[in-house]
Design a protein around this ligand. Structure first.
Ligand code: FE2
Length: 296
C-alpha cells in the first residue's frame, strides 16, 4: 500500500493540485494522511477542503492555524503583548483580520463544524507492523517551534519520549526532514504551501508499505508561484502581502536565524527568479533571519 502524507496546505489549491498530480504521476496513493494547517493564511480555503475530503482513505489532524480559525485563540502577539509594545498593534490587527476572514469563509460554506472536529492525532499500522503516529507540531503538542532540521538529538529525544510509535509524521515547520532518534523515525513532510526559502517548491512524503518493510520518499514539486500571487491578490485576503511574501522567497525559517538569513535571502531569490524565468537580481536588502513572523 502507498500512503501520501501532506501538511500545511494553507488554502492554496494551486500547490495542492500540483502535489496531487505528482502523486498520480508516481502511481497514486491508497490512503492519505493530512497533518493540518489546511485553510488559514491562504486565498481559497474552501477549494482546498473540497479537494482534500474527496481523496480516498483520507485522515486528518488539526493544525495550530486550524485551531485559531475555529477556537478563537490567536498566535503572537496577544493583546497584552501589544499593550506593552505599541509597535505590535498593526500586527495584532492583521492577525485578527486574517483568521476572521478564513472563519467567515469556512462558516459561510458550511465547513466550520467539520474543521472544529479535527482530531489532534492519527494512528495507523503499516503492513509490516510499523506503528505510525501523525500529528501537526509534535506528539502531544498543539503549538510551538515544532520539529526542525537544526534540532540536536538531545532536543528531539524529549519530544518523542513515550510516543508508542515507530514512525512519527509531523508538519508545521514548512521544511522537510527525516531523522532517527532513540529508535524512532521522525518524518517532517514540509509544507504543500507557504514555502520558506531556500526552496519554494511544495513538499510531501510518500510511504511505500509492504509486509516486508516500508520506505519513505520526501518529494518536492514545483508549481507557479506567480499564479498563486495573482490568485492571492484577486482574493482581497487581509494578509495578502504576508501570504505573497512566501511565494517571493522572502520568508526564512526561524531556526536558520542570524547571518544565515542573509545567505538564504540571496540564494532563495536566485531560485525564485530561476523558476519564474527571470534574470537574477540582487538579494533583498533587509534580512529576515530569525524573523518570528515566519512561524506558521
Ligand atoms: Fe503551517
Amino acid at each position: 500500500m502507498r500512503i501520501a502524507v501532506l501538511s500545511d496546505i494553507h488554502g492554496n489549491p494551486i500547490a495542492l493540485d500540483a502535489v496531487l498530480a505528482d502523486i498520480e504521476a508516481n502511481g497514486g496513493a491508497d490512503e492519505y494522511l493530512v497533518l493540518g494547517d489546511l485553510v488559514a493564511i491562504g486565498y481559497d480555503p474552501i477549494a482546498v477542503l473540497e479537494r482534500l475530503t474527496a481523496l480516498p482513505g483520507v485522515r486528518f489532524v488539526e493544525g495550530n492555524t486550524d485551531r485559531y480559525v475555529v477556537a478563537g485563540d490567536r498566535p503572537f502577539p496577544s493583546i497584552e503583548d501589544a499593550a506593552g509594545d505599541h509597535t505590535l498593534l498593526a500586527r495584532l490587527v492583521e492577525v485578527a483580520h486574517t483568521f476572521a476572514w478564513t472563519q467567515g469563509a469556512i462558516t459561510a460554506a458550511g465547513w466550520f463544524d467539520w474543521l472544529a472536529a479535527l482530531p489532534a492525532e492519527q494512528r495507523l499500522q503499516l503492513p509490516d507492523g510499523t506503528q505510525v503516529l501523525g500529528v501537526h507540531v509534535a506528539p502531544g503538542r498543539s503549538d510551538g517551534a515544532g520539529i526542525h532540521p537544526k534540532m540536536t538529538e538531545d532536543e528531539l529525544r524529549p519530544l518523542l519520549a513515550g510516543v508508542a510509535a515507530d514512525l512519527v509524521c509531523v508538519g508545521h515547520t514548512h521544511w522537510p526532514m527525516d531523522r532517527r532518534v532513540a529508535g524512532i523515525r521522525v518524518i517532517n513532510t514540509g509544507s504543500v504551501s507557504n514555502p520558506v526559502a531556500l526552496d519554494l517548491r511544495a513538499s510531501y512524503a510518500l510511504i511505500d508499505a509492504r509486509q516486508s518493510g516500508y520506505q519513505v520518499e520526501l518529494r518536492r514539486v514545483a508549481y507557479s508561484c506567480a499564479a498563486v500571487i495573482d490568485a492571492v491578490e484577486r482574493s482581497r485576503h487581509p494578509s495578502g502581502d504576508f501570504i505573497i511574501s512566501h511565494f517571493r522567497g522572502q520568508r526564512y525559517p526561524w531556526w536558520a536565524g542570524g547571518a544565515d538569513g542573509q545567505e538564504h535571502a540571496a540564494r532563495a531569490q536566485l531560485i525564485t527568479d530561476a523558476e519564474r524565468g527571470l534574470q537574477p537580481r540582487s538579494a533583498p536588502g533587509r534580512s529576515h533571519g530569525g524573523d518570528q513572523s515566519t512561524r506558521p
